[in-house]
Design a protein around this ligand. Structure first.
Ligand code: PGA
Ligand code: ZN
Length: 428
């Protein structure tokens, strides 16, 4: 039984305030900390921030108070194993569609802490409890997608596309995927330093390098060379998340949006952007493209998905929102759900989102946010829901590695029962 519910303001990897919930049961103390995005979708559940001058308006004392004074009293005495009942109670208390009254940050922090307490009450590992909640008994270690070059709103260079990922599709275990990722990452560092100088290997928000690149081709050429230098040609493929809502203005896309000298010049229509992607897909070993068009472009997504072979991932398009996912399934707008639990705000709704995507035979890419904490819940949810793929940034910065390291522990714990998702998140 939940005896005490408390919360505090802690800090995320960008130094911004975020919420940590803490609940006590007869089994101990359980915490949940929430991450926060920079390229957030308009249709995400809303974080409650204090506004005003302190912490640049980003304080979360109101969300913390809501946990202590509103959510806490309502869930005290409840059995933490009953995740759906507790999540539903919090949603009813909030009463809005986007969780803006109590704050999705307040609700999710509690939802995660409750999930941990539920696992402890059953004396099972967290991933197993999450699997039980979803009716899934097959635990799968996900294929990692390492974001090794950072652009967009995650870095201080002029590169418009946000994420360039390497995906070690030739790996036969999660451990081997980490080795291949780590080696390629360090070869990339060497290449960047040789070509652009020592300080070009500084990292962005997700631990990827942030060299002074200005277009897709520069970044993709670097990745192809790094993969070759590491000896993994054909065994490591590439994923790209342009996060194109960030450079969409008045119906057009601006790939120069961060460069003061070129902003507003060479604007692209959706058709021209689709043509550029098609050319890149023919030239580079790209297996995954996320948010190629802005967040409400269901039709553009549909047209593009019907034409290309690669995985088309919906992030801002879907916002992990069951209603938007259903619409995208009907429209055949994409082939992969990006799962971000804080876009929707409870574990129960995240499970529902994954179940919808699975019924449609989509793939699932479990995802961190660009502002993260050391909380590694993402690793357990990826295994428990058998998502098949995960992105948690590069092989640098411990808020990124905490998820990958937890997956190494889970793989070891499962031993010979460990199943690793192979190529494109399908089982090997
Ligand atoms: P965000 O970026 O966490 O800043 O939204 C991640 C993504 O776009 O996938
Ligand atoms: Zn994205």
């Amino acid at each position: 039984r939940i005896t005490t519910v408390s919360a505090r303001q802690i800090f995320d990897s960008r130094g911004n305030p975020t919420v940590e919930a803490e609940i006590l049961t007869e089994n101990g103390r359980f915490r949940g900390a929430v991450p926060s995005g920079a390229s957030t979708g308009t249709n995400e559940a809303k974080e409650l921030r204090d506004g005003g001058a302190r912490y640049m308006g980003k304080g979360v004392s109101r969300a913390v108070d809501n946990i202590r004074n509103v959510i806490g009293p309502a869930i005290q005495g409840k059995d933490p194993v009953c995740q759906a009942t507790i999540d539903k109670a919090m949603m009813d208390l909030d009463g809005t569609d986007d969780k803006s009254r109590l704050g999705a940050n307040a609700i999710l922090a509690v939802s995660i802490a409750v999930c941990r307490a539920g696992a402890a009450a059953k004396e099972v590992p967290l991933y197993k409890h999450i699997g039980d909640l979803a009716g899934n008994a097959q635990f799968v270690l996900p294929m990692p997608c390492f974001n090794v070059i950072n652009g967009g709103v995650h870095s201080g260079n002029y590169l418009a596309p946000q994420e360039f990922m390497i995906v070690p599709v030739g790996a036969l275990s999660f451990k081997e995927a980490m080795e291949m990722g780590s080696e390629t990452y360090h070869h990339l560092k060497r290449l960047i330093q040789a070509k652009y100088g020592l300080n070009a290997a500084n990292v962005g928000d997700e631990g990827g390098f942030s060299p002074p690149l200005s277009n897709f081709e520069d970044a993709l050429d670097l990745l192809v060379s790094a993969i070759k230098d590491a000896g993994y040609t054909d065994r490591v493929k590439i994923g790209v998340d342009p996060a194109s809502s960030e450079f969409f203005r008045d119906g057009l896309y601006d790939l120069n949006f961060k460069d003061p000298a070129r902003v507003g010049k060479d604007l692209l229509s959706a058709e021209a952007l689709a043509e550029l992607y098609t050319k890149l897909l023919l030239t580079y070993p790209i297996m995954l493209l996320e948010d190629p068009f802005e967040e409400d472009s269901f039709c553009e997504f549909t047209k593009f998905t019907s034409l290309v072979d690669c995985q088309v991932v919906g992030d801002d398009l879907l916002c992990t929102n069951p209603a938007r996912i259903k619409h995208a399934i009907r429209q055949k707008s994409c082939t992969t759900l990006l799962l971000k639990v804080n876009q929707i705000g409870t574990i129960s709704e995240s499970i529902e989102a994954v179940q919808l995507a699975k019924e449609a035979k989509w793939r699932i890419l479990a995802s961190h946010r660009s502002g993260e904490t050391e909380d590694c819940f993402l690793a357990d949810i990826a295994v428990g829901l058998a998502c098949g793929q995960i992105k948690s940034g590069a092989l640098a910065r411990s808020e990124r590695l905490s998820k990958y390291n937890q997956l190494l522990r889970i793989e070891e714990e499962l031993g010979t029962a460990a199943v690793f998702a192979g190529l494109q998140g399908r089982l090997v």
